[in-house]
Structures are given as structure tokens and as C-alpha cells.
Design a binder for this molecule. Structure first.
Ligand code: 6PG
Length: 260
């Protein structure tokens, strides 16, 4: 039985990024102290850009032994790495290049490959090699960052798509209903084996989706894939700004709102 999600509410997008940066640094320090490495899967989309820029700023860049951090990705659009829609491209510009992360510590999904299924299988091989986790073992990321779409998707796990039914593979190709259609994504099982899963959600446009995921006890993740994210034994943290949390009812009870 997975633990209940921890819901934290902060004032705005800037404070969301600051809170997330503090948490990522803390989790990184714990992982490096315990095992010498910190393996994190970065999220795509626009929300985490503020976090990435903040981590690369003088306020945070000196707080973590970056050479001991291995950067993976939760999902990718099937575009070249220098394409404006590339999740790797966004993280590279705002975080990896500014922090001078060695290319050998960055494990990106090859969105540019002509065969997405093969690219997904290749990425699974990379993960299994880096974690030393042969099939059928499920590797455990120290941290997986996730965003939430206004339709309740997360990573590239969209309602009604085959990826939601995948039970054995770590990574699959999937189709998105809008934007860049061909995607690569970690599966729900891979995400649910992480030590910590952190959703970063900002803005009023996400308020209804946040309410459905966190207030509505209906566990049907088929229509709202983010509901399928329930770590087997790890922590699930929802970090929301006030706008994204504005439609919350049940889940808001007992929440520590940093706005107080
Ligand atoms: C992607 C992301 C996706 C994203 C949400 C929220 O590749 O687009 O993985 O799941 O996190 O769509 O996106 P925004 O942060 O841009 O609102």
C-alpha cells in the first residue's frame, strides 16, 4: 500500500522553484552520502525551467557535488536534441551546460532516432546498465521530477494510450494527442519504483487537474494518468503554487501552506 501523497502549497512559481531546489539538493546530499551517486530523472515542459535556472544560480550551484549526479529524463519528444521542443534541449540550456555537467553523466533519450520503439529499448538498456539492474528488476531512481498536464497526463503518459498498460518495460514509445505526437516515456512502474517522486505544478490552468488527481478518490488512472503515480515504497510529494492548488478541497486539509 503506497503512502499518502505529501501536499505542499507555496505562494507562486518562484517559491515553487526555490522549494523544489532545496528539496532536490537535500535529496542529492542524502543519496551521495549514502551511496556516492544521485540519480535523478528530469521532467519536461515549461514549469521546471525556473527550477533548472535556479539550481544553476550561485544560490544553489555550490550546494551539491554535481559530478556525482547522474541526469536522466522522464520523457522526451521525438525531435532532435537541439529542437526547441526537446526536453533535453531545455535542461541542457538552463541547467546542464551552465553547471558544466560532463556529457558522460547525462543520459538523454534519443528522440531523434527514426524508430521510437528502438530508442525506448535503447534507453531501457542504458538505465539497466547504469543501475546494474538486469531484467526483470526495477531500478529505483533517487528522484523523479514530474509535471502535470491540464488533462491529467504526466511524463508522456496520456489518457487511453497503450503506455498506461505496460507492466514489464521501463521505457516505451507513446503518442501524444497534441503537440509533438511521437514521444518516449518512463512507464508508471518505473516511476513508481523511485525513492521520491516530486510533482511540480504551477498556475490556475492546472487547478482542475490537481483537484481531480488529489481530491477525487476514484482511482481510475485510465482517464487521469497522474493518478497512476503511487510509489510502491517511496515518497510522493506534490509541490503546488497557490493557483494550482486553488480548487483543492479534501486534500488541502492538514496541508502545510507556506503562504501562512
Ligand atoms: C512534457 C512533460 C509533460 C509536462 C506537462 C506539464 O514532455 O511535456 O513531460 O508531462 O510535464 O505537460 O507541462 P508544463 O510544465 O509546460 O505545463
Amino acid at each position: 500500500m503506497s503512502a499518502a501523497p505529501e501536499v505542499r502549497i507555496v505562494d507562486d512559481a518562484e517559491e515553487l522553484a526555490c522549494e523544489a531546489a532545496d528539496l532536490l539538493v537535500w535529496l542529492g546530499q542524502q543519496a551521495i552520502t549514502a551511496g556516492g551517486r544521485f540519480r535523478v530523472a528530469l521532467s519536461g515542459g515549461s514549469t521546471p525551467k525556473v527550477l533548472y535556472t535556479m539550481l544553476a544560480s550561485p544560490a544553489f550551484s555550490g550546494q551539491l557535488e554535481w559530478p556525482r549526479v547522474d541526469f536522466f529524463f522522464g520523457d522526451e519528444r521525438c525531435v532532435p536534441p537541439d529542437h526547441p521542443d526537446s526536453n533535453f534541449g531545455i535542461a541542457n540550456e538552463s541547467l546542464l551546460r551552465p553547471l558544466k555537467i560532463a556529457s558522460g553523466r547525462v543520459f538523454r533519450m534519443r528522440g531523434e532516432d527514426s524508430n521510437p520503439d528502438q530508442a525506448a529499448r535503447q534507453y531501457e538498456d542504458v538505465i539497466r546498465k547504469e543501475f546494474g539492474a538486469s531484467a526483470p528488476a526495477s531500478p529505483s531512481f533517487d528522484l523523479i521530477l514530474l509535471g502535470l498536464g491540464d488533462d491529467g497526463h504526466t511524463a508522456s503518459l496520456f489518457a487511453g494510450t497503450p503506455a498506461l498498460e505496460e507492466r514489464t518495460r521501463l521505457v516505451v514509445a507513446n503518442l501524444a494527442p497534441r503537440g509533438v505526437k511521437n514521444r518516449l516515456t518512463l512507464t508508471t512502474s518505473t516511476i513508481n519504483h523511485a525513492s521520491t517522486v516530486l510533482f511540480l505544478v504551477s498556475g490556475i490552468s492546472k487547478a482542475d487537474a490537481v483537484h481531480v488527481v488529489l481530491d477525487d478518490r476514484d482511482r481510475d488512472g485510465g482517464r487521469v494518468p497522474a493518478k497512476l503515480i503511487r510509489p510502491v515504497s517511496g515518497r510522493l510529494i506534490w509541490l503546488l503554487d497557490r493557483a494550482a492548488a486553488s480548487a483543492l478541497t479534501v486534500a488541502k486539509q492538514g496541508v502545510v501552506s507556506h503562504e501562512e
